[in-house]
Design a protein around this ligand. Structure first.
Ligand code: AMP
Ligand code: MG
Length: 351
């Protein structure tokens, strides 16, 4: 398959480009497009065959359901059986935006889209390209992140091209995304709303609106005793090719520990990758050092996380060491992705 790449204005998407992409979707094809979180790999959510194509293009396990994207509030009731009061409150507060809600699915949504589940994940994105494309294509786009399964999610069209050239009909290049990590997923099929995946919308922001909100126990425990409820959260994910280890502790001790690893590798004629921040990068004299952002600006850390992980794949690094980033709002989301990328390898350095 030849993949067409079209540049599109992310603030004022050109109508003719949207129409060209929408025609591909209406005909059952696949289009990758920017959203405010990461790039999505879109197909018609109500077309079982299109969903099957998405799984094939990503190499995604078929039990890992897709998120259905809408762009009009009134379309929600067409794909779910009921909308609980609390879901309405969250929609009013955070839609359009980086929030996904799990609700009981209606007969309109094929099991191919929900990975066989009776529930469906729904999001109403705010990105103008996503919004216009959803409306022009008929209202319902199933779109997982536009990466090969297991690789870091794409935050630029170049990342999508790396993974999906030849596997999708079209890529809309709207530049770099705004947030850089995937949406917060809240499950409304339990008695108490439960976070299945942390994201930009933090637990505090959810509790402000709803009162009691739980974290999925499978996310909090790393010992394998409890599986995360979102099928996709159990897979190794976001992982660079070289083994990644997170180093926790006081900053100067973390830097010392990583520098020792760098010296030790250099002594053997090898190189390690290092993920630091603008505050620490000057203190790493050896190794392939990448700056993820500033500790004073957690949005910059979220935005560059996947780009940095992808970047190491182009170089010959023996292993990668990262500092930990427990920042105030998105820290949970950032560390959730980093821990998965590291396969939960964490070293704590103490005095
Ligand atoms: P992605 O499409 O890459 O952003 O991943 C979507 C995430 O949503 C995966 O972790 C899925 O397992 C999860 N998900 C989608 N639909 C459901 C559902 N009905 N119930 C639970 N988790 C879901
Ligand atoms: Mg994904």
């Amino acid at each position: 398959m030849k993949t067409k790449i079209r540049k599109i204005d992310s603030k004022n998407p050109q109508k003719e480009i949207i129409e060209e992409a929408a025609a591909v979707l209406r005909a059952g094809g696949l289009v990758a497009f920017p959203t405010e979180t990461v790039y999505g790999l879109g197909g018609n959510a109500l077309d079982a065959k299109a969903s099957e194509k998405i799984y094939a293009a990503k190499g995604r396990p078929s039990d890992n359901p897709l998120i259905v994207h809408i762009a009009r509030m009134e379309d929600l009731e067409k794909i779910v059986l009921e909308v609980p009061e609390k879901a309405k409150i969250l929609a009013a507060a955070y839609w359009p935006g980086p929030l996904t809600m799990i609700l009981p699915k209606s007969a309109a949504v094929p099991y191919e889209t929900t990975g066989g589940l009776e529930s469906v994940a729904v999001r109403y994105p705010s990105h103008p390209v996503a919004r216009d494309l959803i409306l022009a294509s008929g209202g319902f786009i199933a779109a997982p992140s536009a990466n090969t399964s297991g690789r870091p999610s794409p935050t630029t069209a170049a990342h999508v091209e790396e993974d999906l050239t030849g596997a999708v009909d079209m890529i809309l290049d709207g530049g770099q995304v705004g947030i850089g990590i995937e949406s917060t997923i809240v499950d409304f099929t339990e008695d108490v709303p439960t976070v299945l995946r942390p994201g930009y919308i933090s637990l505090e922001m959810l509790r402000e609106q709803l009162g009691e909100v739980r974290m999925d126990r499978g996310l909090l425990k790393n010992d394998g005793s409890q599986h995360p409820k979102a099928p996709g959260m159990k897979y190794r994910h976001y992982a660079p090719k070289a083994e990644l280890t997170i180093v926790e502790g006081k900053t100067d001790q973390v830097v010392n520990y990583i520098n020792e690893r760098a010296r030790e590798a250099a002594g053997r004629g090898k190189q390690i990758g290092i993920i630091g921040t603008s505050e620490t990068v000057p203190y790493y004299p050896k190794g392939l050092v990448r700056c993820i952002g500033s500790r004073e600006d957690e949005a910059s850390i979220a935005l560059h996380l996947y780009e940095v992980l992808r970047d190491f794949d182009q170089y010959d690094v023996e292993s990668i060491y990262s500092e930990a980033f427990d920042t105030p709002k998105m820290g949970q989301a950032i560390m959730n992705r980093l821990l998965k990328a590291a396969g939960h390898r964490v070293i704590r350095v103490e005095e």
